[in-house]
Design a binder for this molecule. Sequence first.
Ligand code: XLS
Ligand code: NI
Ligand code: NI
Length: 438
Amino acid sequence: MTTYYPTIPTINFEGNTTTNKYAFRHYNADAIVGGKTMKEQLRFAICYWHTMTADGGDPFGAGTMVRNWEGATPMETAHNRVDAFFELLTKLGVELFCFHDADIAPAGDSLEEWFANLDEITDHIKTKMDETGIKLLWNTHNAFSHPRFANGAGSSNKAEVFAYTAAQVKKGIDLSKKLNGTSYVFWGGREGYESLLNTDIKFEQDNIANLWHMAVDYGKEIGHLPQFFVEPKPKEPTTHQYDFDAATTMSFLQAHDLTDYFQLNIEANHATLAGHTFEHELHVARTFNALGSIDANQGNPILGWDTDEFPVDVATVTLAMVEILENGGLPKGGVNFDAKVRRTSIEMDDLVLAHIAGMDTFARGLKNATALLEDKFFENMEAERYASWKGALGQDIRAGKTDLKSLTAWALENGDDITLESNHIEYYQNVFNDYLAK
Ligand code: XLS
Ligand code: NI
Ligand code: NI
């Protein structure tokens, strides 16, 4: 059988003193951390788009990547990619994957031809899944690249584009059923607007909600209802995206009666584009019981766009893992590397090395977060900070036993004697750093 990675062995755990670059330094799949294996805790997934179809091209220049799966026809390339993808997953020991319809099969000359190509390629994918035990975490539709989506998809000004998108969503759910996918993602793409001079926000948002309800209804009808996720992003490609951040998206889901079927897929780089931290977005999602999955990557603070770099920042990933552990894991989701190698990382083995880096960083984050939680780092600090709420006044307020009149009476008698204690935040930041060094 052809191998696309002839020089790459199966990647094993060797510890951080190893000099073998094709080894995990921290990720030890079967080691127990926090009561479960690292594999169960982290649920790694690899995405098809960056790993199999990105070529390193950017707005200033052509692709740079050297890839060995190009075939004589687009379909031959698509088939080769399936084999190369499953070889990569297997060698890294990653058991979940994600894709867009547009990533896996060429669009051909008509929608009918595209659907036929998708059927053929997913037959191939299914064979590989059966052979390896690798599972589909989520799939999605690409309703943003083709020129027809210039004005959005579900939010388009043209009903015809809405109908075309609906056909892609139906096909996506059919493929999810065929491959027994756990979840299905709606990322906004161009669902947003560039100018209010010509936009009716309520009209467009109602149409998006209508599309999502159709997806739920169709899933029920065919007896395959994946967990739906929305992936918030504040901008890019449109100036104002409707799913700006976790809080905005939750209010949209609540307003349109969709919270029973939709959770959030939080991407690190989208969080920072929204002016938040990754952990903030995860925490907000969690407070709504809606933290479903994550797109693991990181942005570059010096650049203001979605650079989708592999996650290597141990401090951020530690805080993200705290949120994931406090969420009870990501049972319908996973840690999906929505990340691409840099334009200068042109060799095939960079795909391997980049995923090793991301997996090791999350393994470190998991170990650090588990230690922080076991030591009650946050619990103790918060207990101290919120101590006054344990007193008689705080308990009465929380229990709903007070009103503005009774609290005014309290304030008139005692309010001039309020004293504040220090947060000692620098001390806690210093202690937090100890956990990163372990
Ligand atoms: C783009 C998004 C996209 C989604 C899937 O910024 O991250 O890749 O994850 O459509
Ligand atoms: Ni993403
Ligand atoms: Ni993104």
